[in-house]
Design a protein around this ligand. Structure first.
Ligand SMILES: Cc1ncc(COP(=O)(O)O)c(C=O)c1O
Length: 392
């Protein structure tokens, strides 16, 4: 019985060969391949200014710096996102203002965002959870009304679109192709990979240029060829080796996203008929009419823990025994030790807390087959039935 990984990239021979050629080219760190990768990512997103980094986390830190976000500023984000978001807000010296997420889409609750805005608010950081875009119309209406920056955490959403059609607007409707700043991740469990890596897409070339300075030690070149440091920059430049892999991956991205959509559709076909009787909570489908807009980076379900005779940990272990990998995305950020020390406590954000307790991620990636999904669903259903207090 094959082991079904819960996430994983596809690296074919052509990509491996191209990476080998880069390794042998005599130029390993940021050089011509990084420039080529940035140009390709920019073209994919309608020509917007694009810079690559060593991770999405680095891209977000630099985006905050470029926006001038720091001490005395408040940044609003969802309690249901990856740790890096709260970490980077705090790292640049700003204050994280959490709001809850929607139970169904697991995206940030925009009603609560509006209520959380104060004179100190500088930015909103929404995560496109599992690749499902937030309501972009509403998000940007709020941002414009209150003159706030938006740094979209699009770590999971490269290839996702908002109000696009395959025929015409797809290009300009991609997440990152419009709006303010979007940051992407190329970690191996994302829609495409550079091993580790990330990107930021800007609305403004001048900001992208400033991001370059922050990305590499804060260094600027002087006319006489010597270097100066103008800001306390970091060291977040991507290597040419990673960028070459990224170029190979990007060429497959749309096909992989379409395949992910097919896998998600099969999950719904197999789980929807039994979900209610088992108490299993399925993820939101794409917004109505937006079926091609969800890149389905993850397929996350909420377990019916209150009626299960085993814990989530035991359920995950039982799945592993059946050679099926399961992930958890995410733990509620406000309940980490870091944020509890800043006064946060249980009960503040009930949806994020429930999701945090009950969520599991089922295998969904370009290397999973339809037969694998059938096996995953059959195993989930069997284990839930075997361990159900109600014995349905
Ligand atoms: C929602 C979200 N945002 C940001 C990140 C950070 O990405 P990276 O590992 O490239 O820094 C992740 C990584 O898993 C993520 O899931």
């Amino acid at each position: 019985m094959n082991y079904i990984k819960f996430a994983g990239p596809i690296i074919d021979d052509a990509m491996a060969e191209a990476v080998k050629q880069t390794l042998l080219s005599g130029w390993l760190t940021s050089g011509p391949r990084v420039a080529e990768f940035e140009a390709a990512l920019s073209a994919y997103h309608g020509g917007r200014p694009t810079r690559v980094f060593t991770s999405a986390t680095a891209a977000m830190e630099v985006a905050f710096e470029v926006c001038g976000i720091g001490a005395g500023d408040e940044v609003i984000t969802s309690a249901m996102t990856f740790f890096s978001v709260g970490n980077m807000i705090e790292k640049v010296g700003a204050k994280t203002i959490f709001v809850d997420c929607d139970l169904n889409t697991r995206n940030i609750n925009l009603n609560q965002v509006e209520r959380a805005i104060t004179p100190k608010t500088k930015a909103i950081v929404p995560t496109h959870f599992s690749g499902l875009p937030c309501d972009m119309d509403r998000l940007y209406a709020i941002a414009q009304k209150h003159k706030l920056r938006v740094i979209e955490d699009a770590a999971l959403a490269i290839g996702s679109t908002w109000k696009g059609t395959p025929e015409n607007a797809r290009h300009s409707s991609r997440i990152g192709a419009f709006g303010d700043i979007a940051t992407f991740s190329f970690h191996p469990n994302k829609n495409m990979t550079t091993i580790e890596g990330g990107a930021a897409i800007f609305a403004d070339e001048a900001e992208a240029k400033r991001a370059e300075v922050h990305r590499f030690h804060g260094i600027s070149r002087l006319p006489d060829g010597t270097r100066d440091v103008t800001v306390a920059g970091g060291k977040f430049n991507m290597s040419d080796v990673s960028a070459r892999l990224g170029l190979g991956q990007l060429a497959h991205l749309d096909a992989w996203c379409a395949y992910r959509q097919k896998l998600a559709a099969l999950y719904f076909t197999l789980l929807e008929p039994v979900a209610e009787s088992l108490g299993l909570d399925l993820p939101a489908r794409a917004h109505a009419g937006e079926e091609t807009g969800h890149s389905w980076n993850m397929f996350c379900v909420l377990l019916p823990l209150s009626r299960m005779t085993i814990s989530r940990k035991q359920f995950i272990e039982a799945m592993h025994k059946e050679n099926i990998g399961i992930g958890i995305s995410y733990e509620a950020m406000h309940l980490t030790t870091l944020f509890k020390a800043r006064g946060h406590q249980e009960g503040e954000f009930p949806n994020a807390e429930r999701i945090s307790r009950e969520i599991i991620t089922l295998p969904l990636h370009a290397d999973v087959t339809l037969a694998d999904v059938e096996r995953v669903c059959a195993t989930v259903v069997r284990l839930l039935r075997e361990n159900d207090k109600h014995k349905v």
